[in-house]
Design a binder for this molecule. Structure first.
Ligand SMILES: *Cc1c(COP(=O)(O)O)cnc(C)c1O
Length: 223
């Protein structure tokens, strides 16, 4: 097995105080997750609803599961009973559906608004303006079963560290803008989820307090 425990310790050692690690376990087997769990890791991230359902059933109940992938509205009902945070909210429609399904289970689901800043068209998320529009419209204020906790984004897939840093800075500036405008009195709105295996060290220098690291901990995914 890949040295999950050693890799996990190394990543944790690179994180400044106050930065949380979401261990991205998609496509990795339970034994890898159990190894990280044995080291004390409790937050794991998955991107496919069926795979997540299988893992939730067979792994310790005190794991906090984050959903990080593109989520279709018709899949929300499957994860609503147990998901701790949905990091990839990219439409009002999805937000409303999460609120509706969470209500059925008498839960409040934490969510992040995903921004599209990277240059790749294939990545999802709100533009700055679409996200501003959603917040300004204010319907989210009536949703009692979702709690908007912050911003998530992915940087461009490039070796240009300066560009990556600029994208993180743009996300951080946007976070501060909406924090001041809509969430100034809301302590729960504090999460800045950016940084993956190849760029999390840059991310923590540019405003991130939640990194999502998979490959560096668990090795390459076998699809
Ligand atoms: C897969 C994934 C990650 C982790 O990527 P690694 O390069 O394996 O660290 C982080 N965030 C999202 C949204 C992902 O889909």
């Amino acid at each position: 097995m890949y040295d999950v425990k050693g890799n996990l310790r190394e990543v944790l050692g690179n994180l400044p105080a106050g930065v949380n690690l979401v261990a991205i376990s998609k496509f990795h087997p339970n034994e890898y997750i159990e190894a990280a769990y044995a080291e004390g890791q409790r937050i794991f991230g998955e991107s496919h609803e069926q795979e997540l359902a299988r893992k939730v059933e067979s792994l310790p109940k005190d794991i906090e599961w984050h959903f990080i992938g593109h989520l279709q509205t018709n899949k929300v009902k499957y994860i609503a009973p147990y998901i701790s945070m949905i990091e990839s909210v990219d439409s009002l429609k999805l937000l409303k559906e999460i609120n509706k399904q969470a209500a059925k289970h008498d839960r409040v689901v934490k969510v992040l608004l995903e921004l599209h800043i990277a240059e790749e068209e294939t990545k999802s998320g709100f533009s700055f303006d679409d996200c501003r529009e959603l917040l300004e419209a204010g319907e989210w204020r009536t949703m009692e079963h979702v709690q908007i906790c912050g911003i998530m984004m992915m940087a461009s897939n490039t070796d240009d560290e300066q560009q990556i840093a600029q994208e993180f800075d743009a996300a951080y500036a946007f976070f501060k803008e909406v924090k001041e405008k809509y969430f100034a009195d809301d302590d729960a709105f504090c999460e800045r989820s950016w940084g993956m295996s190849h760029d999390y060290r840059i991310a923590v220098k540019h405003g991130s307090n939640m990194v999502r690291v998979g490959t560096t901990i668990f090795g390459p995914r076998i699809y």
